[in-house]
Design a protein around this ligand. Structure first.
Ligand SMILES: Nc1ncnc2c1ncn2[C@@H]1O[C@H](COP(=O)(O)OP(=O)(O)OP(=O)(O)O)[C@@H](O)[C@H]1O
Length: 620
């Protein structure tokens, strides 16, 4: 019963807009008079019986008149309401039509941009790179670090236009405020003479583009993001400023046991950290030879080595730490040293560090700093997503970009060949004849790395292998014997070889094409380093995803390389829609948009797997 009343009331009291629209002007509508009102009217009628009939008649007429007026007022009110609802509906329809017309006018590119922005916003919810304490306290540094370094007067006196022309000459793009000037030689950068002499002895006579803009930027204390091709000397660009800073601090007040470090360099792999450590050792030794400058102490902090070996460094004052994140956190937690005086933090292959799950480690490491630090991020590949994320974590950062982030080194001749899966091994032998050693062969799969090495050994080729499941000793042995020239070929998984600088690699063979084009760029970048040329041969076949082939096609086109017919014939659905081809903001690949980025898909898969794992374990 109450249900039917309620139903009726709903229909009568709140007519829906549709109802109103059908019943255009509402003329046939009988207004609702509430039950209580009707009951009262009836009662009044009844109680008026028996009273003065004339008076009763008059008052009945008045009542009827009032009732009629009331009905008319109610009718008018409802008509007005219906009119308003109709207008609102029409306005909404108009807005919708206008938006549809605007959307139709938008190019595919604009629509794609909107879509990209939406996806980017959805994945941009990450916390900025700062220590938890700083985040909790809302500590925000607003001014860059101050240093005593200044460019020579004659460079300071150059006009902005002159600086701009110089950058243009070296294809250097910069973004940021008060950018220090580019400087074309090490002496003008005020690098100590023994150091310059040492560099000359290594045939490093003039700074590379990333060095001539990056070193002054870092010397001036500025936070920076440095992007430049593989093999273009980024290591010197971020190590030299730290060495100079350490030298200044040591000269001011010599370090004693328990003091330091003043700066830390973080690397995503042990091999890269070891290589950078060796570089810093050589450079600091070169500086102190001759006795004019003090000895600086450097600690290598990576998993797989005993810290006992390094205790002699910990027994002295410590200037520089080169580390992988895990071991560094371990050492800091055990209070083997502190970051109380640490003011310089550099991340090599920074996009990988941020991307591949080191983000929380980095935040953890930052929580050990007691002061503001100068932060530098370097890589050959730095997708827009990481750049944006990094920008908000740095203080008035300067972006120094040589070439497109993620572009291939132009000194590498890229050859892409279609090789059937079953023919790869045999063809590999033939391929090895293209150049003299040393040659690196990459495979994405650890088992395949072992199979290739075994096959080559059987065929009498001196080959070593390196991948994540090898012990530290095996990895060190492989690198050492390959670097020294004792072995001709190194078979490696992509992860184990990023950023490694081997002398004069002639040929890189990519046995299985990595899904992510960034990995390809890093892999071919093991050759064609420091101005020399090299060849990269890549095997692709039906197993290579079309997305990856498209990325590859565009990368070859961008680098002015020959594009084989089978790659040329792969159609890009976006090109057919007239979209312009800019790098995917997540991975930098030119052959796809963010909505079908393999890296994003991979990250999501990993995330889901970890959630599933957590669920299986009973949740967090
Ligand atoms: N100014 C220079 N002139 C000539 N050679 C240089 C110069 N600076 C560095 N090099 C040499 O170039 C080689 C590559 O340098 P480095 O390893 O720093 O490259 P990278 O840019 O870090 O490469 P990747 O991105 O692959 O890590 C090294 O052997 C280094 O000694």
């Amino acid at each position: 019963m109450s249900q039917s009343v309620a139903k009726r009331r709903r229909v009568q009291r709140s007519p829906t807009p549709e109802y109103k629209l059908d019943d255009d002007d509402g003329d046939s509508y009988v207004p609702y008079v509430p039950v209580a009102q009707r009951r009262q009217a009836k009662l009044a009628k009844l109680t008026s019986w028996g009273a003065n009939p004339d008076k009763g008649k008059a008052s009945r007429q008045e009542e009827e008149q009032e009732e009629k007026e009331g009905e008319e007022r109610e009718e008018e009110r409802l008509r007005e309401k219906a009119r308003k609802e109709r207008t609102l509906l029409m306005e909404a329809q108009e807005v919708h039509d206008r938006k549809a017309a605007e959307d139709a006018k938008k190019t595919t590119e604009e629509k794609e941009e909107e879509q990209d922005a939406e996806i980017l916003a959805a994945i941009a919810s990450r916390r900025k790179l700062a220590s938890d304490l700083e985040l909790a306290k809302g500590v925000q540094y607003t001014e860059p670090m101050k240093t005593s370094w200044k460019p020579p007067r004659f460079i300071q006196e150059r006009s902005d236009e002159e600086h701009r022309r110089l950058r243009e000459k070296y294809h250097i793009l910069v973004e940021g405020d008060n950018i220090p000037p580019p400087i074309e030689n090490f002496t003008d950068m005020k690098v100590p003479e023994p150091f310059v002499k040492f560099l000359k002895s290594k045939r490093i006579t003039t700074p590379t583009p990333i060095q001539l803009q990056g070193i002054p930027t870092a010397f001036a204390g500025r936070d920076m993001i440095g992007i430049a091709f593989t093999g273009s000397g980024k290591t010197l660009a971020f190590c030299l400023p730290l060495i100079m800073f350490a030298l200044e601090e040591e000269t001011r007040l010599p370090f004693t046991r328990g003091e330091g470090p003043v700066g830390v360099i973080l690397c995503p792999s042990r091999e890269l950290a070891s290589q950078t450590y060796e570089n810093v050792l050589t450079w600091t030794a070169a500086l102190s030879t001759g006795g004019r400058y003090p000895q600086l102490n450097t600690l290598l902090c990576i998993g797989g080595i005993s810290m006992g070996e390094q205790s002699h460094v910990l027994n002295k004052g410590l200037h520089v730490v080169v580390a992988t994140p895990g071991r560094l956190i371990d050492m800091l937690e055990k209070k083997k040293f502190t970051f109380d005086n640490c003011k310089y933090l550099c991340m090599d292959e920074a996009d990988r560090m941020i991307d591949l799950g080191f983000e929380d480690d980095v935040r953890n490491i930052m929580s050990f700093f007691r002061h503001q630090r100068q932060t530098l991020l370097f890589s050959a590949t730095m997708p827009r997503k990481i750049q944006d994320f990094a920008q908000q974590s740095l203080v008035k950062p300067i972006l120094v970009n040589v070439g497109r982030a993620g572009a291939a080194n132009l000194d590498v001749l890229q050859v892409v060949e279609y090789v059937k899966q079953e023919a790869k091994m045999v063809y590999l032998l033939e391929c090895l004849q293209k150049t003299p050693p040393p040659v690196i062969i990459f495979s994405e799969n650890k088992n395949e790395v072992d199979d290739i090495q075994e096959y080559l050994l059987l065929k009498g080729v001196e080959a070593v292998a390196i991948h994540g499941s090898k012990t530290q000793e095996e990895r060190q042995y492989a690198i050492k014997s390959f670097k020294s020239g004792a072995k001709d070929v190194m078979v490696a998984s992509g992860v184990a070889s990023k950023g490694l600088d081997f002398n004069d690699i002639q040929h890189v063979i990519i046995f299985s094409m990595p899904k992510e084009i960034e990995d390809y760029v890093h892999q071919i970048g093991r050759t064609g380093r420091s101005g020399k040329t090299g060849i990269a041969t890549t095997f692709v076949n039906m197993n290579t995803p079309e997305q990856t082939l498209l990325d590859l096609k565009y990368l070859l086109m961008e680098a002015g390389q020959k594009v084989p017919l089978f790659l040329m014939s792969i159609e890009d659905p976006r090109a057919a829609q007239g979209a312009s081809l800019k790098g995917c903001p997540v991975c930098g690949g030119l052959g796809h948009g963010i909505s079908n980025c393999p890296k994003l898909e991979d990250a999501q898969r990993r995330q889901m797997a970890s959630h599933r794992g957590a669920d299986d374990r009973g949740g967090y």
